[in-house]
Each structure stands twice: as C-alpha cells, then as structure tokens.
Design a protein around this ligand. Structure first.
Ligand SMILES: Cc1cc2nc3c(=O)[nH]c(=O)nc-3n(C[C@H](O)[C@H](O)[C@H](O)COP(=O)(O)OP(=O)(O)OC[C@H]3O[C@@H](n4cnc5c(N)ncnc54)[C@H](O)[C@@H]3O)c2cc1C
Length: 504
C-alpha cells in the first residue's frame, strides 16, 4: 500500500512542531514533506509557554535540560499581572495548586472563611509556585507533577525540532507556494474529494501532491482560508487588542531572569516581559482604536530597561478562530487556525493539542467526516474556554482610567463566562470541563486577583472550629515558606541545570 502523503505548508513553530511529531511518532507509515520559504519570515514571537509543553516534549522524548540549553530557556512558574485589577495592584497566576482541598470543597472555601475571620493572608501564600515566583527561587521536585513551564527562544525551538524531524525522515522543500490546486469532479478519481486540495504549486513550478495538507502558513491561512474559504469567527468585540509591538533587550544586572512572565497593563493594552538566559523579550499588546503604533512604541520604549537588540516590530492580528480547523483534507495548525491573544501564552499549547488530536484521529487515505467533526468539536470547546478565561482578565477590572478600560469593563461577555463569574461570586465554586485547559486553581487565582471575592463559602468549612481552621491555614503556609526557602535562586539553578550554549 502507498504511504499516506502529508504535506505541511509553513516552517514556523507550528510547522516544525507538527513535522517533528509526525515523523518521529508515526513516521514509518507516512510520507511527510514540509515546505517553507525564506521570503516569508515567521511571526518571530511566542516565547512563553505553559506546563502542558512537557506532554509534547515527553512524547518526543526531548530531555528538558538539553532543550533548555539549546533554546536559552528559563523556568516559568506563572504570570505576574500588574495594574490589571487596578493601577498599582498586582497578583500572580501561578501554575501550582492551592493549599489542600477536601472531598466536598476546594481549598478556596477554607481560605474565604479565614479571610472573613481575618486570619488568612493572601491566597498566594498557600501555593509553593506562587511564593517561589515572588522570591525568585526554583527547584525541581522529583516526586511531584511538573508545575512549571518554560520561556524559550521560539526560533531556536523550531531549529531544534527541525533537526529532530530531519533525523526521522522529513522531506524539506525550500520554496514559495504560489498556488493551491483543488480536485474538481473531472480530475478526482474519488467523487467525494471534490473541492479537496490536490497539490500545491511552487513559484519554481514544482508541484507537490498530498492526501492530507497541514496549513501552518500563519495568519493568512494560505490553504485553509485563501484556497478553501473556511471562514473566520471574529472575537475582537470581546478581545479588542489587535496589534503588538515587540523588541528584544540585553539582560542587565539589575534584571536577572525571574521565573515568571510579567504582564503589565497600560492605558490601552498590556506589556509583556519574558526573560531568557541571554536576553529579554518585550512587547506591548494594544488596541489600535485607542492607541496608535507611534504611541505604542513610545509606551513600550519608556517602560523597558537594557539596550535594544533589534528594531521594534509591529504585528497586526485579528482575535478569533477559523470556523473549522479541519476542513476537507486540510488541517490548520498554529496562527492559520486563529489567534487568541498572547495574554496566557496559550498558542503553543493549542498547536500541540492540534497535533496530538490529529495524530489520534488521523484518517487513512480515505478522508472521513466523522474524524473531522470530532476534531473540530474538541478544538472548538477548548478554544472557547480559553477565550473566556482571557476575557475575564480584561472585563473584571476596577480600572476606569481610559476609554479602553471603560470599554472592557462594560462590554457584554459570553454567557459561558458570565455563568462562571456568577457561580464564583455567589458560592466560591470553580470548575473545569473535559476539553478545557485551565483548571480550578487558575480560574480561582485570576478571579480573586481581578477582584471578585465570593459571598459565601461551602458549609462543610463550618464543621471545623475557628481555631482549627486557623491552625490548618497556618500549617500550610509555614510548610510552603520552609519548602521554598530551601530552594536555590532561579538563576543559580539554571546555571547548573541547563546553562545556555553559546554556539547556537
Ligand atoms: C504578539 C504575539 C505574541 C505571542 N506570544 C506567544 C507566547 O508568549 N506564547 C505562545 O505560545 N504563543 C505566542 N504567540 C503565538 C505564536 O507566536 C505562534 O503560535 C507560533 O509562533 C506559531 O506561528 P505559526 O508557525 O503558526 O506561523 P508563522 O510563524 O507565521 O510561520 C508561518 C510559516 O509559513 C511559511 N509560509 C507562509 N506563506 C508561505 C508560502 N506562500 N510559501 C511557503 N511558505 C510560506 C513562512 O515562511 C513561515 O515559515 C504570540 C503571537 C503574537 C502575534
């Protein structure tokens, strides 16, 4: 039987993650080609990840320390949200778990009563990852789930994956795709394939045929949109930022790499600061309706330290999702499938989810509707819940100091999010459904951080006398403080564990 022929269009983070996974994990049964063009640069940002990246790297048997050294990576234990709830008010969304749950009620219920009684301190004191962020400390806990992510150089990550894919038989073609050719009734031997992609033609005349095409061409979606007209669902009424300006700076002694991403809210958007071992990635995400590109550049440059390593670069985007991520015989992965803005660093996670789901549902040579439908439903459910989580940060704010923040505070929000906010506000409950990414502790930390304090806690908490509750909370806090105090400084840990190569 002929091997199934898969064509990956695009060689950014999405293209090379897909290529490495398909060739390494299913390679023997597939014929995989990747086409990329030097004439079209990659988006060149995307350096903060979330802990799920381990799942992907483990599948590919990529050793963490080796990868970190090869990509100048640092550890990330969470995100510090500064000026989001209000100017001069900060909180951390950390990746750890909060305190100790009981069978009926999450830890937050015990903490809420402790707050009401005046003997609980801020929620982060009950989470090791949060305290480690604040103190700039880090250690791997061998017997624990890995609640950390990485900050990495995305260009070097793609390079690393390319090497892996090449070791496993990827065919790489350097060339510019000029035309996407579709099957028509007369040309297709399978009538069901009408309108499917038959091949892509490069500017040098090469024709690359395939059974399945993966569109990793970035925002424009050369195959999924320009050829197949799949359609885009625009979410900019909920997530109005549509621009970003990015620049890299040298590390300074005053700014050693911290084990978290900084997200600092400004008048019409927010600024990121992502520390690598060798430099800092900076950027401002903003809404062009309320801030011009020139104003954005001034705001960014006024708020960064260290010598610039490149020219600031503006990137325009539209927040939303492709109506179908898998249409006919084309699967869009990465920016070609849509973009929820980078606030919680979810794009690389969605890339790996698309890849893993695709590998699980990979059809044979006969494309099949049922696989497509299930893939699209799973992707859709996950993306909508991520969308809601991001909207929460903008909408639940006390800021009213600019038109942008007044808009965000007063805009209508999706019902799915409203229901979650009502539930938490009324009874301190949070939940995670099957396909969703963010767990209870993420929702709780951000809802509290943005200023929602539940009106009630679960009745089971009252079974505990006040004195016992106070002791329970203190014990957790003290043991976390002790545990974190014994950890090395983040920078020292990196030096020993994964010191960056100098010869990338
Ligand atoms: C401002 C901003 C900040 C971000 N921050 C984060 C973050 O912190 N964390 C995170 O997880 N994600 C982040 N992302 C998202 C992340 O950058 C992307 O998900 C990731 O880089 C994947 O991009 P891509 O590979 O889909 O597209 P691209 O990087 O745009 O790559 C497209 C590829 O397609 C090729 N191509 C295009 N057209 C053709 C053609 N005609 N012929 C041949 N080849 C072609 C190009 O050469 C290129 O190789 C951010 C995005 C933005 C905009």
């Amino acid at each position: 039987m002929n091997k199934q022929k898969i064509v990956i269009a695009g060689g950014g983070t999405a293209g090379w993650m897909t290529a490495a996974a398909l060739t390494k994990l299913l390679g023997k049964n597939l014929d995989v080609t990747l086409i990329e063009s030097d004439q079209i640069p990659t988006v060149g940002v995307g350096e903060a990840t979330i802990p799920t990246l381990h799942i992907f790297n483990d599948l590919l048997k990529i050793p963490e320390a080796e990868l970190m050294a090869a990509t100048n990576a640092t550890f990330k234990l969470g995100i510090s949200f500064e000026n989001w709830r209000d100017v001069n008010q900060d909180y951390i969304h950390s990746f750890g778990y909060l305190g100790q749950d009981c069978w009926a009620a999450g830890f937050q219920h015990f903490w809420i009563k402790g707050q009401q009684k005046g003997f609980a301190s801020e929620i982060g004191d009950y989470c090791p990852e949060h305290v480690a962020c604040r103190q700039g400390q880090f250690a791997l806990q061998p017997k624990q789930a890995r609640n950390h992510a990485l900050h990495l150089d995305a260009g070097l990550y793609a390079k690393y994956l390319r090497k892996l894919a090449e070791q496993h038989g990827i065919k790489r073609i350097e060339g510019l795709i000029d035309k996407v050719d579709l099957h028509h009734h007369s040309s297709s031997c399978l009538p069901d394939n009408n309108g499917f992609i038959k091949s892509v033609t490069l500017t040098d005349g090469q024709v690359i045929e395939g059974d399945l095409f993966i569109d990793c061409t970035g925002f424009k979606g050369l195959l999924i949109e320009q050829a197949l007209n799949t359609g885009y669902e625009d979410w900019s009424h909920w997530l109005p930022c549509d621009s970003a300006i990015a620049v890299q700076t040298e590390l300074t002694d005053a700014l050693p790499p911290v084990p978290y991403t900084r997200s600092i809210a400004h008048q019409a958007g927010w600024q990121w600061q992502i520390p690598l071992q060798t430099r800092t990635g900076n950027g401002l995400v903003y809404c062009s309706k309320y801030m011009s590109d020139e104003q954005a550049q001034t705001t960014l440059l006024n708020n960064i330290k260290g010598t610039l390593l490149n020219q600031p670069r503006v990137i325009k985007y539209r927040t939303g999702t492709r109506r179908q991520h898998w249409n006919k015989n084309c699967v869009a992965i990465g920016l070609a499938s849509g973009f929820i803005e980078p606030l919680e660093s979810t794009s690389i996670h969605l890339i790996q989810q698309s890849i893993i789901r695709l590998m699980q549902l990979l059809p044979g040579q006969q494309n099949n509707d049922a696989n497509r439908t299930l893939f699209n439903k799973k992707m859709r459910d996950e993306i909508e819940s991520i969308r809601d989580f991001i909207i929460l940060h903008y909408h639940v704010t006390q800021r009213e100091d600019s038109d942008f923040w007044r808009y965000c505070k007063n805009m209508p929000i999706p019902n799915t999010l409203q229901q979650r906010l009502d539930l938490f506000r009324q009874s301190g409950q949070a939940y995670k459904m099957e396909q969703e990414l963010f767990g209870e502790t993420s929702w709780i930390q951000v809802m509290l951080g943005q200023g929602i304090m539940p009106e009630q806690y679960h009745a089971i908490v009252d079974l505990m006398p006040d004195e016992e509750l106070q002791q329970f909370l203190n014990q957790i806090k003290t043991s976390i403080a002790r545990k974190v105090a014994s950890m090395p400084k983040h920078t020292d840990f990196i030096k020993h564990y994964c010191h960056a190569h100098t010869d990338h």
